[in-house]
Design a protein around this ligand. Structure first.
Ligand code: XMP
Length: 510
């Protein structure tokens, strides 16, 4: 199998680089720069190496350096950002601080050709984010691209198959980034593209089967995409040695608890413990209206239940979680201010007596996890599921939570989802749901005055959920949903559509 090494110098886009390589059907592995020598790189048969970016300046004493022998090892290398500067520095070039004119963001670049720029227009937009730049290229290299403020936006030594770019080809803002990486992988490294997602799944299954041996694993299953895929993958690896715990807090969407049980216990034959804790959660939430308190209560109760269930299982060797790569980045951002205390299963490691955490998906992005889910035979409806917050309908039932209000919301939400699918919008919007506002208003049915709840519909389009726009749903669809909810859901007499983007609003109402 062809593989590319992503040599990690501490940049923020390292996983993204690996993902871009995988997208082009070539397997990519990330290794820390100080964990693999040039000899090992050659022995392990990598077709090429990508030096990642990094936060340092090559002249910092503590900055990561690499053995210059790699430049003469005969293996193709692509340096990106810091990787570009490091390559220049290792080869005897000169690096300079950009000072006032450091570049950040979308910049116009002009190239002069070479293997890396095949099928790339002479002028194109690239994404820059740097303070230093290469002032003089090392012996054997020529400058192959420049911007207004960066004399070496790219350099190459075609003979030794060494290439470097100051910009980031892996981010989508670089117009021709995909083509540039394709040129490196296929033309320079000579890859044929023999890798598919199914290989990842079978490698992981094999790996965990060997690693776990005859030990026990517990997995917290929420029915969401990530934990479902992690659980099925491990189930394929170790079968009944895996126990999944699924806590039904009564705040799931209509029929969702049963669907999860039916899918995992029924379809896959997994050992599944469903904890029906609806009453416990409702009791704890009675009278609580503050959104943050709701989230805290639910998070804490979740952990308490796991603790109880965990104790029943005795000693567990491994705790499995469906952490995916974006979760790893998010939990790494120490300075971000808390807008909402997001709740997944973060507190579990503290309350279950286990030896090791396993996170089989922690190098993957959401769409890759979905692709694996499909490979593993998880039903489409589950794999393509839209995000659902851990505290569930508690943050979509504004004000006090009662079982009756939650039931009302479940009915309205089910109608909305049904009609979104019927109108062909189910896959077009990124996330959509109903909210039970805490407002009642006057209405009329026949000759009768009514005084009922207002349901808000929310549908957003987004790439990353950090910002979002409201979906321009067709009037006919809104009309149908509104009329069905007002007619079919007892206690609701008014339906409104939320036309606020994020920011200033958030996706969820609480
Ligand atoms: P907001 O409301 O913060 O939501 O704009 C952004 C995305 O995150 C989801 N969300 C959560 N996901 N636990 C989760 O796992 C949570 O506590 C949580 N709160 C919000 C939300 O549904 C949207 O997709």
């Amino acid at each position: 199998m062809e593989k590319i090494l992503v040599l990690d110098f501490g940049g923020q886009y390292n996983q993204l680089i690996a993902r871009r390589v995988r997208e082009q059907h070539i397997y990519a592995e990330i290794r820390a720069y100080n964990r693999i020598t040039p000899e090992e790189i050659l022995q392990q048969g990598y077709r090429g190496v990508i030096f990642t970016g990094g936060p340092n300046s090559v002249y910092d004493e503590s900055s990561p350096h690499y053995d210059p022998a790699i430049l003469n090892a005969g293996i193709p290398i692509l340096g990106i950002c810091y990787g570009c500067q490091l390559m220049a520095y290792m080869g005897g070039g000169e690096i300079c601080a950009a000072g006032e004119i450091s570049e950040y963001g979308r910049i116009e670049m002009r190239h002069t050709g070479g293997a890396l720029f095949k099928n790339v227009p002479e002028e194109s937009t690239v994404w820059m984010s740097h303070r230093d730049y290469v002032k003089t290229v090392p012996k054997g290299f020529t400058v192959t691209a420049a911007t207004a403020h960066c004399p070496t936006a790219a350099m190459a030594d075609e003979e030794r198959r060494l290439y470097a770019v100051q910009f980031h080809p892996e981010v989508t803002h670089t117009e021709c980034g995909k083509q540039i990486l394709h040129n490196f992988l296929y033309d320079v490294c000579g890859c044929m593209g023999d890798w598919i997602m199914a290989d990842f799944a079978s490698r992981q299954i094999e790996y965990y089967r060997n690693k776990i041996g005859d030990k026990k694993v517990v997995c917290a299953l929420s029915g969401g995409v990530d934990s479902s895929v992690a659980a099925v993958l491990l189930h394929k690896a170790i079968g009944q040695q895996l126990t999944c715990i699924f806590v039904d807090h009564g705040l799931l969407r209509k029929d969702e608890g049963d669907i999860v049980e039916h899918t995992f216990a029924g379809l896959f034959g997994m050992r599944l413990i469903r904890v029906n804790a609806q009453e416990r959660f409702f009791a704890k939430l009675a009278g609580v209206t503050d959104p943050e308190r709701k989230r805290k209560i639910i998070g804490e109760e979740f952990i308490r239940i796991f603790e109880e269930e965990g104790k029943k299982l005795g000693k567990v060797h491994y705790l499995a979680q469906g952490t995916i790569y974006p979760d790893v980045i998010e939990s790494g951002s120490e300075n971000a201010s808390v807008i909402k205390s997001h709740h997944n299963v973060g507190g579990l490691p503290d309350v279950i007596d286990f030896d090791e955490l396993i996170e089989p998906l922690n190098t993957l992005f959401k769409d890759e996890v979905r692709a694996i889910g499909k490979e593993l035979g998880i039903p489409e409806a589950l794999v393509m599921r839209q995000p659902f917050p851990g505290p569930g309908l508690a943050v979509r039932t504004i004000g006090e939570i009662t079982p009756e209000k939650v039931r009302t919301l479940q009915e309205a939400d089910a109608i909305f989802r049904e009609e979104m699918d019927a109108f062909g919008w189910g896959r077009r919007a990124s996330q959509y749901f109903a909210v039970l506002t805490d407002t009642k208003s006057v209405g009329v049915i026949g000759d009768e005055r009514t005084y009922g709840w207002t349901v808000a519909l929310r549908s957003v389009d987004t790439d990353d959920f950090m910002t979002a726009d409201w979906s321009r749903l067709p009037y006919e669809l809104l009309e149908k949903v509104s009329s069905r909810i007002a007619n079919e859901v007892k206690g609701v007499n008014r339906v409104v559509y939320d036309i606020t983007s994020k920011p200033p609003a958030t996706v969820e109402w609480e």
